[in-house]
Design a protein around this ligand. Structure first.
Ligand code: FEO
Length: 162
């Protein structure tokens, strides 16, 4: 049986992951409005990844006999100043999520909850990838600056994500 503290923290993380999905879906809409359909594709795939993260925590909580408590998801932003501004927001958000995962790891250690600690290792590794992916796109957007041609090249590349 999982502790009440750990159960509450995992419930909060389900909300964080669902908010991540909501944020990236909102961002996908922002890019679609600008006909940047590669960026749209990348964010739509990311939206599904975040749903999968929420489901992973949800199923784990049930497996451990915990009680799932879904709470309201806050409204995400709808517009950004530029593609670079949007992807800087992705990176900042992923850094925030990494912080949340690290807090969960600290709590699992404090609670001597080995099973949760082990489950969280997947998320620790996943966050390395999540931050690296966002960082790479921010770096490319910085490289192309105001050049529309460069932006369209990145858009074509991001259209490949499945
Ligand atoms: Fe679920 Fe992008 O972290």
């Amino acid at each position: 049986m999982i502790s009440k503290k750990m159960e509450e923290a995992i419930n909060q993380q389900i909300n964080e992951e669902l908010y991540s999905a909501y944020l990236y879906l909102s961002m996908a809409g922002y890019f679609a409005e600008q006909n940047l359909m590669g960026f749209y594709n990348w964010l739509f795939v990311q939206y599904h990844e975040e749903l999968a993260h929420a489901e992973k925590f949800f199923k784990y909580l049930i497996e451990r006999g915990g009680q799932v408590r879904l709470t309201a998801i806050k409204e995400p932003e709808r517009t950004w100043k530029s593609p670079k501004d949007a992807f800087e927001a992705v990176l900042k958000h992923e850094q925030h999520i990494t912080g949340k995962i690290n807090e969960l790891v600290d709590l699992a250690e404090a609670e001597k909850d080995r099973a949760t600690f082990a489950m969280l290792q997947w998320f620790v590794n996943e966050q390395v990838e999540e931050e690296a992916n966002a960082q790479e796109i921010v770096a490319k957007l910085e490289m192309v600056g105001e050049h529309k041609q460069g932006l369209l090249m990145i858009d074509r590349e991001l259209a490949q994500r499945k």
